[in-house]
Design a protein around this ligand. Structure first.
Ligand SMILES: Nc1ncnc2c1ncn2[C@@H]1O[C@H](COP(=O)(O)OP(=O)(O)OP(=O)(O)O)[C@@H](O)[C@H]1O
Ligand SMILES: [Mg+2]
Length: 318
């Protein structure tokens, strides 16, 4: 097992008129080369901020991002251009992330031109990329608005692949697509991973998508990691009360299933100047006095990390 990326105590704070937003707050995790880590959690918990910070679209506040063992948190312009060849991103909404005035060919060629490939090579590569992601040649001169959602996302994927990256942050890449198209794009991403040996951080709030695509899953809550383990383990033995609630909300087709949806009550803690202590405590059905202390991520079962002071008691492991 070799880790492509190791994230250590990463923080990304934003200044806002109401205080400091702790969007990513002391996050640690790693991504094994050639695999997919799924990142889940509710809206505003910091998934996109974490993804963007990893590939340096926004600069971290503190902590380390080790990429192939090298810290990439502080890069000069030249190092940054080099790093861009390795690490890319695919966005949720290809409509707003693609320039409406550029043709498909222009969009895919842009990173190649910036990387100073000569014109013939750019054309050749752009044609190959269109092939790779399954865009018909006749659409070469089309504009984003002339394409359907699935094809637009294929263009976004081709652009991300242009410089042969190893690592791609997929930020809700299928959330805006019809269900039938979602499956096609997910399959394309998985085929590309196998062919090209890609490593993904796959951000989604859809638990069935994350189940389909990930090897390991990380669960975030208000800027922090609350649980991490292999996919099968997470679905069979969720240990954090927040993960349990997330999983209980997945619709089931089995009418005999005894699953009961856990409804979360209580107020959502603000990511602005949060108090120390477990951030989920205000909504947690199991919270007690000890939850006022910070809850560090710790290994509770082999390869299974949880940030809950009461994990053993809550799960009958004590
Ligand atoms: N540029 C910014 N300036 C100030 N606050 C920001 C900025 N970007 C994000 N935030 C805040 O950081 C927190 C995390 O936001 P982020 O977009 O990363 O969440 P998310 O998990 O991706 O949510 P969603 O599922 O809705 O995409 C939120 O409280 C958000 O308001
Ligand atoms: Mg987001």
């Amino acid at each position: 097992m070799s880790e492509l990326m190791e994230v250590k105590h990463l923080k990304k704070y934003f200044k806002s008129p109401r205080g400091i937003v702790h969007a990513v707050d002391d996050v640690c995790f790693s991504i094994e080369k050639g695999t997919t880590v799924g990142l889940v959690g509710e809206s505003g918990c910091g998934k996109s901020t974490l993804g963007r910070t990893l590939i340096h679209l926004s600069e971290s506040t503190d902590g380390q991002i080790l990429y192939q063992g090298r810290d990439v948190t502080r890069l000069n312009k030249k190092e940054m251009i080099e790093f861009r060849k390795h690490a890319q991103i695919i966005f949720q909404d290809p409509y707003s992330s693609l320039d409406p005035r550029q043709t498909v060919q222009d969009i895919i060629s842009e990173p190649l031109l910036l990387a100073k490939y000569d014109k013939d090579e750019v054309q050749r590569r752009a044609r190959n990329l269109m092939d790779t992601v399954g865009i018909e040649k006749r659409l070469r001169m089309s504009y984003p608005h002339e394409l359907d959602g699935g094809r637009r996302q294929r263009v976004g994927i081709a652009r991300a692949l242009a410089l042969n990256p190893e690592f791609i942050v997929c930020d809700e890449p299928v959330s805006s697509l019809d269900v039938s198209i979602q499956a096609q794009i997910l399959n394309l991403l998985m085929d590309l991973q196998e062919e090209l040996g890609l490593t993904y951080l796959f951000i989604t709030h859809d638990m069935s998508v994350v189940r389909h695509i990930s090897k390991k899953i990380c669960v975030m809550y208000l800027g922090q990691m609350v649980e991490q383990c292999e996919k099968k383990e997470l679905f069979e033995h969720p240990l954090h009360p927040y993960t349990k609630a997330l999983l209980s909300a997945i619709p089931t087709t089995d009418i005999h299933a005894k699953k009961k949806r856990i409804m979360l009550k209580g107020e959502i803690t603000s990511p602005i100047n949060p108090k120390p202590g477990c951030r989920f405590a205000a909504r947690c059905p199991y919270a007690e006095e000890c939850c006022n202390e910070p809850a560090a991520l710790r290994e509770v079962a082999p390869g299974h990390l949880v940030a809950c002071a009461r994990a053993e008691e809550v799960n009958g492991m004590a």
